[in-house]
Ligand binder design. Sequence first.
Ligand code: ADE
Length: 276
Amino acid sequence: MGKIKIGIIGGTGLDEPNILKNPVAKEVHTRYGAPSDRLIAGQIHGVDVVLLARHGRNHTIHPSQVNYRANLWALKEEGCTHVVVTNAVGSLQEHIAPGDIVIMDQFVDRTTKREQTFYDGTVKSPPGICHIPMAYPFDQETRQILIGVADELKVKYHPTGTITVIEGPRYSTKAESLLFRSWNCDIIGMTSVPEVVLANELGLAYAAIGLVTDTDCWKDGEHVTADLVVQRFKEFATLVVEILSRSIEKMKDYDWGPMIARREKMLVDAIMVPKE
Ligand code: ADE
């Protein structure tokens, strides 16, 4: 297959263009509107990479207001084959502590207000209806690469994790937090859905690194606050850049042909086009 191109959606640490060689900022507009910010294209280890700040570079867009469709569409139009993201997340389980990282493999969707499909029947929509399979939302092969790197770096990581995605922007009540724990969810966040869903609709391999900033509010003692999340998220900046850099180096030499072919077939099987 041809070259890969990796979209990276994140926050702190990643909005520093100096992690890229030859950075070029690009304002784009999509048929779904404007993405959260300009795209920054460049290279890491010779691999083409496009950075996008999910909440805007000054963190002005809250989780319900992010234009997830425009963000993913823009990355696809740039030619991305993969999307690797970081998320600040809270822990819902005793064995997951602030400072850990989680390579997510499942989600439970508790969002209520977000567009989850490109195929919405409007003029801008591609034709048909898309019933995308979601049994394994996060790309297994990209996940394995991230896990290998976390292992190499000897950081405390969890190779799997189910994220509850809440609508926000408020945090959960204690009753909700206890409920999500009882559902065996491991972590909690506000943006993985619909981001991962839309990536799948575009045939993009999507993987997510959860950066654990807090223990939500199920535990006695420290409860989550926005200030705490921002402060702890910043502490991950150097580690995140290291994980991404090493992962991209490994992704460069991997044979992605079968994965891309599988995703193309999955899309053909998922889209029901109107009968003439
Ligand atoms: N992001 C980071 N911590 C969170 C929490 N406890 N709930 C929702 N989103 C979060």
